[in-house]
Design a protein around this ligand. Structure first.
Ligand code: PNS
Length: 170
């Protein structure tokens, strides 16, 4: 079958920072869509560890080997951004039942706002079902090793950030 239109999806998130769980989902999503745009939300109200530019730079390094994955950032409504980028789908991951409720709300809301955009869910792989950006920040802050939970460029940035912090605070 020949298709002229590229099948584009957006994988939106805070990615503060990107984890191996996100990476696994993006790798799997990149096999389902012609073009996958991983996009960092510019959220000025949320206190973030890394700036949006820092997150985009780390992620661009991680996804360099994936030819159909693009890293971008967005602000405003997700569905409007999806429309601007000609994306027909929003990709989200579900780790556990606790994610389901908020994801369900967002998907319904987004469908009301723009019915042309479908939300597609992938279940997180079992080995990453407990990994979250928030927990990773907590573990490294308390001196734990997070090497097994994040990609190498993220680990470097986390270590540099927490080394800087310890240095400044001491
Ligand atoms: O990684 P996160 O923080 O769970 O991602 C949440 C995100 C970015 C998907 C969500 O906050 C979002 O889409 N924000 C953009 C504003 C918007 O469109 N809100 C209405 C739908 S929830």
């Amino acid at each position: 079958m020949h298709r002229d239109r590229q099948n584009t999806a957006i994988y939106p998130g805070s990615f503060d920072p990107l984890t191996n769980g996100h990476l696994d989902l993006i790798a799997r999503g990149s096999r389902l869509f012609d073009h996958l745009i991983v996009s960092v939300l510019v959220n000025t109200s949320k206190q973030a560890l890394f700036t949006v530019d820092e997150r985009v730079a780390m992620m661009a390094e991680v996804f360099a080997p994936f030819p159909n994955v693009e890293v971008d950032s967005f602000d405003g409504l997700l569905v409007e951004y999806a429309a601007r980028r000609n994306a027909s789908a929003i990709l989200r991951g579900i780790r556990a039942i606790s994610d389901y409720e908020t994801e369900l709300q967002m998907a319904h809301l987004n469908r009301r706002l723009r019915p042309e955009t479908e939300t597609v869910f992938l279940l997180a792989s079992e080995e990453y079902s407990f990994v979250s950006s928030r927990m990773i920040k907590e573990v490294i802050k308390l001196g734990g090793d997070v090497a097994q939970f994040v990609p190498e460029p993220v680990l470097r940035s986390l270590r540099a950030r927490f080394h800087e912090k310890r240095y400044i605070e001491s």
